[in-house]
Design a protein around this ligand. Structure first.
Ligand code: RIB
Length: 302
């Protein structure tokens, strides 16, 4: 069970607030934490904790945060040989604000992540070729994603793309992805149909040639469009304290379960459990559950 991840590593500076501040307002946070995040790192950590052998390709700075990332990846047993340290730019930073219901808004400064190069990705080609699946998101330069997806395609490896943060998706990249996992904001943006239902959006994206499209809806579950049709799957009910990284947890869970050959409904159930557990804890990468925990959770909710 091998996964390669090309993506961002952002140190998350997380403030807990009752609401968004108004323009010109200063608002006191009730809690503040610094925790490793970035969609790439979150997906890598989640997949590793679920039992996958993971290789991460990315860029961090020659600063404390960069060193902390390399430590984190080592502790998680993730191969970081293809995480380059950028001499000129600092490690990526994200500033999520988390509300009392666990919901969040994120501002991020990509920094070193945007200095990832096609050559960096090509140096990790063997890891991509050896992987059962390649996970991509949109926090690194588009050319890097395209290079990674092309390597995977040539090696016959499927690509799962989280089109986040919401932005236009280069058609060439979309054509190379087998699995597309947008949230509602991203699905609205990609289809340019904000008032369409998630079912309609999933169907439209599926028709562009994906093997599967899963539109994630947070506590409302998700909608999947595959060759078998369109279906809605519920989320598990949990007490959410911090939803940062929930989408990444879901993607990693879906990737692992798909590689293991689970049926779509089972894979979605597994992914939903990974996401559900992750939102009951603070932090993004740190909140990812281990395999045994997910199995116990699923057993209890059977
Ligand atoms: O998907 C969640 C992640 O998005 C956070 O960890 C933050 O770093 C941003 O990149």
């Amino acid at each position: 069970l091998r996964i390669a991840v090309v993506g961002a590593l952002n140190m998350d500076l997380v403030a807990r607030v009752p609401r968004r501040p108004e323009r010109g307002e200063s608002l006191a946070a009730s809690d503040f934490r610094v925790a490793p995040g970035g969609k790439g790192c979150n997906q890598a950590v989640a997949a590793a904790r679920l039992g996958a052998e993971v290789a991460m390709i990315g860029r961090v700075g020659v600063d404390d945060f960069g060193r902390q990332f390399l430590d984190t990846l080592a502790v998680e047993g993730i191969d970081s040989s293809f995480v380059v340290r950028d001499e000129e730019e600092g490690t990526g930073i994200a500033m999520p604000v988390v509300f009392d219901d666990g919901g969040n808004s994120i501002i991020y400064a990509p920094r070193a992540n945007l200095r990832l190069t096609v050559e960096d990705v090509e140096r990790g080609a063997a890891a991509i070729e050896a992987a059962d699946m390649l996970l991509l998101q949109l926090e690194v330069p588009p050319a890097c994603n395209l290079a990674a997806a092309s390597i995977a395609a040539r090696a016959g490896r499927p690509v799962m793309l989280t089109p986040a943060p919401a932005e236009d998706l280069p058609e060439e990249l979309a054509n190379l992805a087998a699995f597309l996992v947008p949230n509602q904001v991203e699905a609205a943006m990609l289809t340019r149909q904000p008032s369409a239902t998630p079912e309609e959006q999933a169907d439209m994206l599926y028709r562009e040639g994906m093997a599967a499209v899963l539109v994630t809806l947070g506590e409302q579950g998700c909608v999947a469009a595959t060759a078998e049709g369109i279906g809605r799957f519920p989320a598990f009910e949990v007490e959410a304290v911090d939803t940062v990284g929930a989408g990444d947890a879901f993607c990693a869970g879906l990737a692992v379960a798909t590689i293991e050959g689970r049926r779509l409904d089972e894979a979605v159930r597994f992914a939903s459990a990974v996401a559900a557990i992750s939102v009951t804890r603070r932090g993004a990468s740190q909140a990812m559950p281990g395999r045994a925990e997910v199995e116990t959770f699923l057993g209890e909710r059977a």
